[in-house]
Design a protein around this ligand. Structure first.
Ligand code: SF4
Length: 277
């Protein structure tokens, strides 16, 4: 968004056009941003402001890369040693100079990171034997328009069970969710289930979350009613996104739970929003 030097930033928001076009697709993570705070979505998806990386994000991406590479191997080759052999490559891919600066990377943090990666891999191998997993696909992108809403998602893994049914698998590298997050833990996966059905014309049967470090998993059967509810939520959000985009303002919705973890607090403070931190 352009800034007039003659106006304080909070005065122009609301009537200046956006410089960038509306994103072509809505991903579950951007839907979450929008649900948390409309302005957070604007800063990330439309203004495309760079957001600082964080240690949990970097660690999570490294573990995802390692597991993806592990599942690129044939069954018997998917050993703990093979997983560990991908650590350096995954670290090199994620620890860019920007990411290092953002997280204050030094020898001490490198030691913490190595320990955490090791814990994650051992946690994962306590939970399942990857050599026995019948992986159909891993790390693949799906795009489709459902209920007039262009949706996009990247699936961590799709397994085929012994009876031929399909399970969508998502790796989680954070802690086991509590409170509201526990209730909402399958919401993104229900959108993935709808996307998979739309793009592959087959309905997955089960959703499975793997909490890598804890070595725990959580499963549920795909419910048409709940999938429809999530598509309804995405559709309502997409209509509102289009409206706010046309109007030129995505209202800020500060709350302690939202602002505390938001990478755009400074932008909000600069534009006169009373952030709640
Ligand atoms: S700092 Fe708070 S109000 Fe501002 S964008 Fe982030 S969540 Fe929204």
């Amino acid at each position: 968004m352009s800034i007039s030097p003659n106006l304080t930033p909070h005065l122009y928001i609301g009537w200046m056009p956006f410089d960038n076009s509306l994103p072509a697709y809505l991903s579950p993570s951007k839907l979450n941003d929008f649900t948390i705070c409309y302005r957070k979505y604007q800063y990330g998806a439309i203004d495309r402001l760079p957001s600082k990386s964080s240690y949990p994000l970097v660690k999570g991406r490294i573990v995802h890369i390692i597991l993806d590479k592990l599942f690129g191997l044939e069954g018997e080759a998917r050993t703990l040693e093979a997983a560990k052999s991908f650590i350096n490559e995954a670290k090199a891919a994620e620890l860019t100079s920007e990411a290092k600066a953002d997280i204050g990377f030094d020898d001490a943090l490198d030691g913490v990171l190595n320990t955490d990666i090791d814990k994650s891999l051992h946690g994962y191998f306590r939970l399942e034997e990857p050599a026995k997993v019948n992986k159909r696909q891993a790390e693949f992108t799906m795009k489709a328009t459902i209920a007039e809403t262009p949706l996009y998602g990247i699936l961590d893994r799709l397994d085929e069970e012994e009876d031929g049914s399909l399970t969508i698998v998502d790796y989680k590298t954070g802690k086991f969710p509590r409170g509201d997050y526990f209730e909402k833990r399958f919401e993104n996966m229900e959108i993935y289930a709808a996307l998979f059905k739309e793009t592959h014309k087959v309905r997955p049967t089960k959703l499975r979350l793997i909490y890598v470090e804890a070595g725990q998993s959580d499963e549920k059967l795909v419910s048409g009613k709940e999938v429809d509810q999530q598509i309804g939520r995405a559709s309502a959000a997409w209509r509102l996104i289009n409206r706010f985009y046309t109007e030129g303002e995505f209202p800020a919705r500060p709350s302690r739970s939202a602002c505390r973890w938001c990478p755009y607090t400074q932008e909000c403070i600069d534009s006169g929003v009373a952030v709640a931190i």
